[in-house]
Design a protein around this ligand. Structure first.
Ligand code: NAD
Length: 291
């Protein structure tokens, strides 16, 4: 079993981006600029936004964060997004999800200028990705694919089973694993909450990608010997032995499953750090297009 060290790979990618920024600035250009919008006080969202801003600083990117009260009206939020769309000094921005219930997430996503949509959630980017055109690829699936590319994981002709069909992870992941090229050229099955006899499907997987949000859902009897297992889940489970009262765990029972795998990602330290690095990568792409 080989551990896929997402933290180390993400640091390599971030260092490559830092050097690229240095060269841009030497060449007389401004550094890439990412803005992050946070609505409300969700502690997990605050932590993610903090990590994104910190990663920007370390890579020499400019970052801005805009924090709105949870009571902000949808109209006011859409106006704030329009202001960012019109800002020539800004390359890309993201709106940290989830949003409060009174705000229509789709209306928000569709208001973002697709050329600044570094989260890759806009239907234009999703559609372009689906038909293999140049687009922003959302950061979590993009980060996973980048991790597989750098680990030289063989994907051609493999059966990739994806657990979860969300617009953020499962659905784009399926599109990427079936597209032509490496990583890709897989035969893809997407399983979800309505799938029957899930174990009979997961045990066929050469590559199993778990993105469902249920702590340690994937047990060893669900995994084929020698499979590549990518654990996207980030779940907080109560743990009185920890000072903060919880620990983070993935969707895979790592301790029992890992001996069966050829490769596996840990949680934390796997997909999470790659997501942040890939967001910076997308922002660099956006900045280069604006140069
Ligand atoms: P989501 O709640 O939007 O979607 C969950 C998906 O899992 C749904 O498609 C649902 O059909 C499926 N599902 C639920 N129960 C199931 C079951 N019993 N069997 C099979 N499928 C089932 O979640 P999401 O946004 O896709 O996130 C999934 C997980 O990944 C969460 O733990 C989230 O925190 C994590 N996540 C991590 C990153 C990262 O950077 N590592 C990024 C995004 C999400």
């Amino acid at each position: 079993m080989e551990l896929i060290d997402g933290k180390a790979i993400s640091l390599t990618l971030r260092e490559e981006l830092r050097i690229e920024v240095e060269e841009m600035v030497k060449g007389g250009h401004r550094p890439p600029h990412l803005a992050v919008i946070l609505v409300g006080e969700n502690p997990a969202s605050q932590a993610y936004v903090g990590a994104k801003v910190k990663a920007c600083e370390k890579a020499g990117f400019k970052s801005s964060s805009l924090h709105f009260e949870p009571t902000i009206s949808q109209d006011d939020l859409l106006k704030a997004i329009q202001t960012l769309n019109d800002d020539d000094e800004l390359d890309g921005f993201i709106i940290q999800l989830p949003l409060p219930d009174h705000i229509d997430e789709n209306a928000v996503i569709e208001t973002v200028d697709p050329t600044k949509d570094v989260d890759g959630f806009h239907p234009i980017n999703v559609g372009r990705m689906a038909i293999g055109l140049d687009s922003f690829i959302s950061a979590t699936p993009g980060g996973i694919v980048e991790m597989m590319r750098r680990m030289n994981i063989e994907t051609e002709g493999k059966h990739c089973v994806i657990l979860g069909r969300s617009n953020i992870v499962g659905a784009p992941m399926a599109m990427l694993m079936r597209r032509k090229g490496h990583p890709g050229n897989c035969t893809v099955t997407v399983a979800h909450s309505r799938t029957k006899d899930i174990k009979s499907i997961t045990t066929q997987a050469d590559i199993l990608i778990a993105a469902i949000g249920i702590p340690e859902y994937v047990k060893p009897d669900m995994v084929k010997e020698g499979a590549v297992v990518i654990d996207v889940g980030i779940n907080r489970v109560e743990d009185a032995s920890r000072e903060r009262g919880y620990r983070l765990t993935g969707d895979v029972a790592f301790g029992e499953v890992s001996p069966k795998c050829s490769y596996i990602t840990p949680v934390p330290g796997g997909v999470g750090p790659m997501t942040i690095a890939y967001l910076l990568n997308n922002t660099m792409i956006a900045a280069r297009k604006r140069m």
